[in-house]
Design a binder for this molecule. Sequence first.
Ligand SMILES: NC(=O)c1ccc[n+]([C@@H]2O[C@H](COP(=O)([O-])OP(=O)(O)OC[C@H]3O[C@@H](n4cnc5c(N)ncnc54)[C@H](OP(=O)(O)O)[C@@H]3O)[C@@H](O)[C@H]2O)c1
Length: 329
Amino acid sequence: MKAIITNKSNSIQDLQLIDDYPIPTLESDEVLVKVMAVALNRADLLQAYGKYPAPKTAKNQDILGLEYSGIITQLGNNVNNFQLGDRIMGLVPCGAYAQYLSTHSDTLIKIPEGMSFREAASIPEAYITAYDALILQSKLKFNQTILISAIGSGVGLAALQLAKLLNGTVIGSSRSIAKLNQVNSFGLDHGLLVTENDFAQEVLRITKNLGCNHIIELVGGNYLAQDIECCAHQGNIVVIGLLAGLNCQINLGRILSNRLNICGTTLRSRPLAEKIQIVKSFNQDIMPFIANAKLKTFIDKTYDFNDTHKALDYLASNQSLGKIVLTLE
Ligand SMILES: NC(=O)c1ccc[n+]([C@@H]2O[C@H](COP(=O)([O-])OP(=O)(O)OC[C@H]3O[C@@H](n4cnc5c(N)ncnc54)[C@H](OP(=O)(O)O)[C@@H]3O)[C@@H](O)[C@H]2O)c1
């Protein structure tokens, strides 16, 4: 089968598209999926550079790709919750940039009727990450205030829409005024153009010094220091991404006096049982809103699988709004 594999070099151009990668074999609780579309993620870039290896227990660790949509073409002996030909989407720890992948049948999500493979591939990583952070970990309630960094990112747009579903007031940041203008149509209440990483004062002004109840931190670095300054009393900060850096200097006094909760999270490294549980909750709590288009995906660009290098270059350029998708066939 065709697959994109990493040579762990420092260049996207060194990724290889090969034609003769073996089709994965199945465990009894797995299905074989013919992949129709794949969405890109920052982790793919890191994995390509050799900086974020796939979990040791994963199959086909040299193939990139965390999320996909496709058709079931083979069932393991113990699989009885899906059928041949079912249209499904899901998350994998690696291996989605390929014509076929194998995955546990309890990690599958049925694609709603009328949704294209292209749209479906763009949903799992952004929406499951946002749902896990905002609803399961931060315990968002109705009518609260939420700050989301990189609001025009795939996860940012998903978190924004989830927050609006619970009538939240959302403040979102970006380094691009054009992106903030586009995100307004998703219901953003306040756009923050971040130029000097000093947005805390503006957030406090907007919230009349109350701060935000929930902060979804998608870029890390010095943003976390600002988050701590503008988080509400007993507010929650969930650190999800580190694009702006691994380190920052923070005011510990503010964490104590405001009784803040700060946590970090990743999806990819979780044990299979936890992934199955989160997919189950996601299917119940969120998929109905995606199926009736109350929650939407936004795809910036679609590339043919043969143009994966161009697609990853575009992702690395930080110009994208929402998701970038590769289609196969
Ligand atoms: N922990 C997990 O399980 C998990 C899962 C999924 C994603 N993530 C992380 O969540 C974040 C969002 O992911 P995504 O796929 O939605 O991202 P994305 O669509 O690729 O968007 C990322 C955006 O972050 C902003 N950005 C990039 N470098 C930055 C910097 N140095 N300083 C400030 N802003 C910067 C850019 O937006 P502007 O140009 O508009 O500022 C960029 O477009 C990433 O950090 C990703 O690694 C984590």
